[in-house]
Design a protein around this ligand. Structure first.
Ligand code: SAH
Length: 225
């Protein structure tokens, strides 16, 4: 009988406590007040233990709406930014999604949770390795690549959606090439401050661009190191 009780909750993660879950509910409520209306995105954020993607020193802050340092001088994006970019992608189950800048892997988890087939690229080796570990531990199965996001992932193209999670000085042409007709690319463009840009590829191959306000990201770097 005791065993039955244990097997009744196979997905419980001992590192994700009721306290964390409570803080997540508050974060979700806050994101609603900031204009996130996509229920699937809010549910994904409610489900994913963001604190497990962060270094121990910042666990207490995991459910504040803030960006925080991760390894290699990078940051885990602010929850609002993750929610905002994801909402703009309009993910449908089974969408092939390319993410540039795996970082902590948190945004990757959100995309997986929404039922996307995720391909994600990171240029910092420690982050590539660390994110692989936590994503696997939580049961997500993205395809992860160590490399340069400017090149995209031609072997697996075209993609339904592409998301860039670092500030790009310009729109990398290869990413637009690797987008399906009807596909959406969400990318923050700019040097110190970035404008969130949505690029839709029309069925005739032309693109339509829409701007969605200002954000701050770590830079999308062009050369290794
Ligand atoms: N989505 C991440 C955000 C991390 S910050 C998260 O939720 O944690 C942006 C990431 O982009 C950093 O990890 C940085 O190393 C990576 N990056 C920067 N330039 C890159 C490039 N040219 N190719 C791939 N990744 C890059």
């Amino acid at each position: 009988m005791g065993l039955t009780a244990i097997f009744a909750y196979p997905m419980q993660n001992p590192n994700d406590t009721f306290r964390h879950k409570g803080m997540r509910k508050e974060l979700v409520a806050f994101l609603r007040t900031k204009g996130i209306i996509d229920e699937a995105v809010l549910t994904a954020i409610d489900n994913i233990p963001r604190h497990l993607f962060m270094d121990g020193a910042f666990l207490e802050f995991a459910y504040q709406d803030k960006a925080f340092p991760i390894a290699a001088g990078q940051t885990i994006s602010q929850p609002f930014t993750v929610a905002f970019q994801t909402q703009l992608l309009h993910i449908k189950k089974g969408d092939k999604v390319l993410e540039i800048g795996t970082g902590s892997g948190y945004q990757t988890a959100v995309l997986c949770e929404l039922g996307a087939k995720v391909f994600t690229i990171e240029r910092q080796r420690p982050l590539f390795l660390k994110s692989q570990q936590i994503l696997k531990e939580l049961g997500y199965m993205p395809k992860q690549f160590y490399g340069d996001g400017y090149i995209g992932q031609p072997n697996f193209a075209p993609f339904d959606k592409i998301i860039v999670t670092a500030g790009a000085p310009f729109i990398p042409p290869k990413l637009v090439e690797q987008l399906k007709p009807g596909g959406i690319l969400i990318i923050p463009v700019g040097e110190n401050v970035q404008t969130m840009i949505e690029i839709r590829k029309n069925t005739d191959g032309t693109t339509t661009q829409t701007e969605y306000g200002e954000f701050r990201f770590v830079p999308l770097l062009e050369d290794k190191q």
